[in-house]
Design a protein around this ligand. Sequence first.
Ligand code: 0A1
Ligand code: ZN
Length: 881
Amino acid sequence: MKDSQARTIYLKDYQAPDYLVDRTDLTFDLDPHATLVTSRLKVRRNPAVARAEETLPPLWLDGSDLELLSVSVDGELLPAQRYQEKPGGLALSVDRAAFELEVQTRIAPEANTSLEGLYLSNGMYCTQCEAEGFRKITFYPDRPDVMSIFTTTIVAPATYPVLLSNGNRIDSTTTEDGRLRVTWEDPFAKPSYLFALVAGDLQHVEDHFTTCSGRTVKLQLFTEARNIGKCAHAMASLKHAMRWDEEVYGREYDLDIFMIVAVDHFNMGAMENKGLNIFNSACVLASPETATDAAFQRIEAIVAHEYFHNWSGNRVTCRDWFQLSLKEGFTVFRDAEFSADMNSRAVKRIEDVILLRTSQFAEDAGPMSHPVRPDSYMEISNFYTLTVYEKGAEVVRMIHTLLGEEAFRRGSDLYFERHDGCAVTCEDFVVAMEDANSADLKQFRRWYSQAGTPVLEVTDAYSEANGEYSLTIRQHTPATPGQNDKLPLHIPVKIGLLDESGSPLPLDASGREEMVLHLTEAEQTFTFNGIASRPLPSLLRGFSAPVKLRYGYSSAQLQFLMRHDSDPFNRWDACQRLALDSLCKLQQQYRAGAALESPDTLIEGFAAVLDDVTLDPALVAKMLSLPSAQELAEQEGDIDAAAIIAVRVFARDAIAKALEARFLARYRALDRRKPYTPAAEDIAERSLKNTCLTYLCAAGNADSLTLAKTQFERGENMTDTAAALAALVEFGPEEQSENFLETFYQQWQQDTQVVETWFGLQSGSAKFGALERVQKLMSHPAFDVKNPNKVRAVVAGFAMRNFTQFHREDGSGYNFLADQVIALDKLNPQIAARLVTPLTRWRKYRAEESGQIRVALQRISDSGKLSSDLYEVVSKSLGQD
Ligand code: 0A1
Ligand code: ZN
């Protein structure tokens, strides 16, 4: 499979650009097969690298899949010997230190299925340039440290009445031949990855926002006409985000207009192009009838995330792609805090921690493991990872925890002020935090360069005679590819101590009941005095660091924490640990061929949680949710997929039967039938109600299925309808389930987002997601292999959420995925490289599974020339690179 183009790029080789581009003037003459792109650049030698009396180095312009038509310098056509087209770009010989360069290229958006550069989605032109998509539009120094002022002219037939780009619209005319011609100018210098263009027959909703200094900003959300009724939630979210960024970070929006466009074909969630955010339609469009609560909350978070990038990403950008977490880690931290302020803080934290523990920890322990600031890559698209985003956000959160709220704000103010308009590094961010506060984050910096998940082992001792309690914490980080020796990290460990009545104990003379321990050594002991009786520690409150913490809690102690801990996150965590302990015990019984014992301790714990009506219902729903199969798989090596599935189902059914009356009582109390709102309290109630419904149906009582059927038929909102349908599909008689699925499809077949939900429901179901069903779905008229949302719903839904069927004994699940990955690599390499992830974990499974998974991976490797995206993941997983 060797791909001659797949070369490794190293952070240590970074060099500043030889030339800068002060102005970029682009003209697009749009055509699906032959779009003409004319680029006029004001280029000059970068004074930071220029030496006196030197010969000028060649100008390198990145370019890929382009047809070069002409090159001129200062108005004169350049003879062919002055430039050379090479793989990946164009080298020009240069004879003056400043000049105007004009390059004409031709591209074919219609044929572009990679969804990078300029492409068509449902007949609408749109762009995606991060990270290296601009080079598919024209030859350009496509690197984030080249920042330029862009002017964009779009010429298109009148059938594309909406023509958009970054900044302000400065001109709009009709050409003699009846085409539209619109010019946009963005006054803020930006790198090419933030460029955007949209052209289509679109409708829009409009609103405005008055900034803290009194300026009016026009807000517009563009979509195809059929979706115009689904924009209100995103617009409201945008306004909340704009206000929040002013209040919490002092950041005001800078342009007079902010636009969002929804497109159906998109590789990721959304993109923060300056003044013109482009969104995956699933991450922006919602109505109560069509979107679940989870979708509403996701939209709020992503709209905010992209908006926040205007400062953390656009005004201050990354010097190079190794610094990606500079903008992503910080922005994810910002959007998480925003969501926490808008909804339940504890529940948001729990959701983020589940994602970290199931998926980021797995990444840290797998063949693609890398630090938050990677030091090498083959294909940067493969590094838009949970490590860069989520662990990166944890790193920023730890700085926040170590410095405190006010000091953190001083640091962020200095960072924005010092680096506005610049392309900088993670180091610059840390230095700003230090300088603003005279803080020392020297050792803390290791979080940026060291990969892997640290493990903390905690032991304690108590001396009644001295009233002294001590906690000893040992830290170690397992080796990761290319990094065998790890150094101790600076880890904030937030703790509290509980007395035997469950009340918090004062931790020192100041009387505080919670504190952050600074763990900096490989082993360190922290002592507390004046402790009258042996306390119970509440450790790593709020998940104050992305680590695995081990402390030998007994079941009784976990139940005690579940009831009394003043930290809601740790209450949930105690409940999870109790569930994990029970499930691990059951797995041992299963693997030993013994009879499975009823998980009575867990049932007792869940009963207490259900009975506590003072708890936030959303928190109760989270506490009652068993760890997923993926999370269980994360617990140990030598994974036995069948054992995991069997014990999870056994425990779920045992809980369902034992607590049936309680589930019914709470279901009835919560089934209020009030009009839908996406307010946090209402979402909380629906989440507990539907958790109860699922357990009720699992208990196997026919009356419960009737409840689900009634809820489904009432169809009051998509949250309740989809939850009822999922329960009917999972627990109802097969024939009836088919009918419910069909009824649902008939009702919603015109709605792209609902059809995606419908696909996902089937592919992720152990019962209906049998491989044959998934294959059938792929030939369904609504399936489109060129649409990543559809591929994610059907193929990734099967491989990542359908543990039972994916790990079928005959290996057919693995083979199916390999076939899909090979086929997709020809169309969309980014999606193929993501889709292969479940196969990369082969080393963690028992010999039976791991052998089969490895064969499937090897088959991909042997299938011919792979894209650089897929090549990197497959070769690293097989251990060849
Ligand atoms: N910067 C975007 C993520 C993004 C990255 C790459 C994309 O195309 C391949 C698209 C979006 C964000 O963080 O939201
Ligand atoms: Zn982002």
